[in-house]
Design a protein around this ligand. Structure first.
Ligand code: GLN
Length: 304
């Protein structure tokens, strides 16, 4: 298949679309991103890789980090993990508190903020140096040891983390946060502040397209059973209250972040990452969703 031709077609379609999205501003440092940035990287298991635009420029991965955090937690624990976080779509915004109140502090899934905060709490309890471990893990799956955090984004989110602090306080009142709230918040914000390019994210996400094996050398990082589960959670919960819409239009397991990135996989076929900062009202990249919808339509390669 002519993948580069398909990506170029998508680029020319995008050039005539005026985005109505808005760059995330509740983390002030993210509001400084140039909104016209656009990158895409498609990594196929058997037929090479393809780039578009700013595909090698690093951006703030934000909630895409929730997939790596869940992966790390699932590599340490088995089913007991899911006593503290459920695997149901929430149908509510990513930072919502509402369901915690009547679900006894158990978040609906690991990809909303509440769930990712519980995963952070679990990693802190399990690991000696969680920040170092987390970065080492990303270096390991990408083969790139200079991936790190943007400290301005980290500080900026720390200053305005009232909502995540409320989620932690509410869950702590139900006994579902074991560590100090400040420590959990700090580790969670650290993960969100990691910067990666579309190309680096596609390489990392190949693990989920490749049955849990690192693509560079086929080393088994996570069992196929656990990868199946993570892909299922991405499919049903990766886009918060827009997970149905993403399935409907794109038809791939994936995860978005408020930095404007979306990483998605077609198990057995490819991983793809797209980056465009303006977000739709649900907090997902507007043009990113368009580009992925066109990719699965033009290639005929969605999981459905
Ligand atoms: N760091 C962001 C937050 O906690 C991540 C949200 C996102 O990317 N959806 O609000």
């Amino acid at each position: 298949m002519e993948y580069q031709h398909i990506l170029n077609t998508i680029a020319s379609e995008l050039s005539s679309i005026q985005s109505t999205g808005k760059v995330a501003s509740y983390i002030p440092e993210l509001a400084k991103i140039e909104y016209e940035k656009f990158g895409m990287h498609l990594y196929c298991i058997n037929s090479g890789h393809y780039n578009l635009g700013d595909s090698e420029e690093r951006f703030s991965i934000q909630s895409i980090s929730k997939v790596f955090a869940l992966t790390r937690a699932m590599s340490l624990l088995d089913d007991e993990l899911f006593k503290r976080v459920d695997v149901e779509p929430s149908g509510d915004p990513f930072n919502s508190l509402i369901q915690l109140e009547y679900e006894n502090g158990i978040p609906r899934n690991p990809f909303i903020n509440a769930g990712a905060l519980v995963i952070s709490d679990i990693l802190i309890s399990q690991l000696k140096d969680p920040k170092k471990d987390f970065l080492d893990f990303i270096h390991n799956i990408t083969g790139n040891s200079n991936i790190g955090i943007n400290s301005k984004v980290f500080e900026s989110e720390k200053k305005y983390s009232y909502r995540n602090a409320s989620l932690l306080n509410l869950m702590k009142s139900f006994g579902n946060i074991k560590n100090d709230i400040e420590i959990v918040l700090d580790f969670y914000i650290y993960q969100c502040a990691i910067e990666m390019s579309c190309k680096e994210l596609s390489i990392a996400f190949m693990m989920y397209a490749n049955g849990g094996k690192r693509i560079s050398d086929d080393e088994q990082i996570l069992s196929p059973r656990k990868v199946k589960r993570i892909n299922a959670i991405m499919q049903t919960c990766g886009f918060y209250d827009e997970a149905g819409e993403f399935s409907f239009r794109v038809g791939l397991p994936g995860k978005s972040g408020v930095g404007g990135g979306i990483a998605a996989v077609h198990p057995g076929q490819y991983a793809v990452t797209v980056w465009s900062p303006p977000l739709n009202p649900k907090g997902n990249s507007e043009l990113g969703m368009y580009a992925l919808e066109r990719l699965t339509t033009l290639t005929g390669l969605s999981i459905f």
